[in-house]
Design a protein around this ligand. Sequence first.
Ligand code: FAD
Length: 289
Amino acid sequence: APAPLFERCHGDIDVSFEFFPPRSEAMQERLWQSIGRLAPLEPRFVSVTYGAGGSTRERTHSTVKRILEETDLTPAAHLTCVDASREEVQEVARDYWDAGVRHIVALRGDPPDGQPFSAHPDGYANAAELVAGLKEVADFDISVAAYPEGHPEARSADADLDHLLRKIDAGAERAITQFFFSADAFFRLRDALAARGRNIELVPGVLPVTNVERTREFARKCGSAIPDWLDQKFEGLDALPDARRLVAATVATEMCGRLYAGGVRHFHFYTLNRASLSWTICHMLGVKG
Ligand code: FAD
């Protein structure tokens, strides 16, 4: 029988980790413990999200700056164009550049409270315009979002792909995907990009799921599908957090193994500011400190 896929993964994998800016002292402490635990894995970068509607602007900024000042890690600042003029967005970007931040994850964003997006009258209408605007400020290394299962607002899979191509052509270096549970969907998107002559890095966003109900809520908003088999794996485990964590690590490791077998060598982890699952999956993939 062939060896399990993860037995073959070792030494040639890049990882990156995503965090959100903490809202309290206790969360701040947890974030920094997590960063400390994951830093020895030498991630390519660590990214810090920007709250819906730009609500965490200051906290994102201070977290990114602290990473820059207190660690050897490369921070990537998420930036959105919700509720901000072009000038305001460019000013935030200029501040980042002056502070030494070179990597931006450029997103259109969503307004708070599930409202549909509408551009600020003097703002960027979408992430492709934002990427072009950032490149006017400085030569940032820019990541954008991609959706293996389609963005909920996409008119069609082709329109979604066309929009991703616009973001790449505006200057993005790589695209990080929304979380997904179908490796085939990821490979279809990667092949479609290659067929259109864009060989940029498509980095899978890996979400280790311990709570399928909460993930379902999130998935509904962002276009990801929760397969039946994932539901089944969590059935009966509501009161068994240890078992849920084992399932989460197994499911995510298996997915990474499939992606690795298909040539993927960079994995982006949605850590939710907790190190342990991402750390364990990295360990299984042969990424060690
Ligand atoms: P866009 O790429 O501009 O548009 C999204 C979709 O809308 C496109 O895929 C396309 O289908 C359609 N579309 C838009 N414009 C056009 C057009 N002109 N023509 C045709 N179709 C169009 N949100 C936050 O608020 N903060 C974060 O920090 C954050 N981080 C994220 C990180 C990653 C890796 C991912 C995958 C998502 C993140 N998001 C974040 C969520 C993101 O803001 C939402 O998914 C948002 O709805 C779309 O942002 P976008 O950059 O993909 O937008």
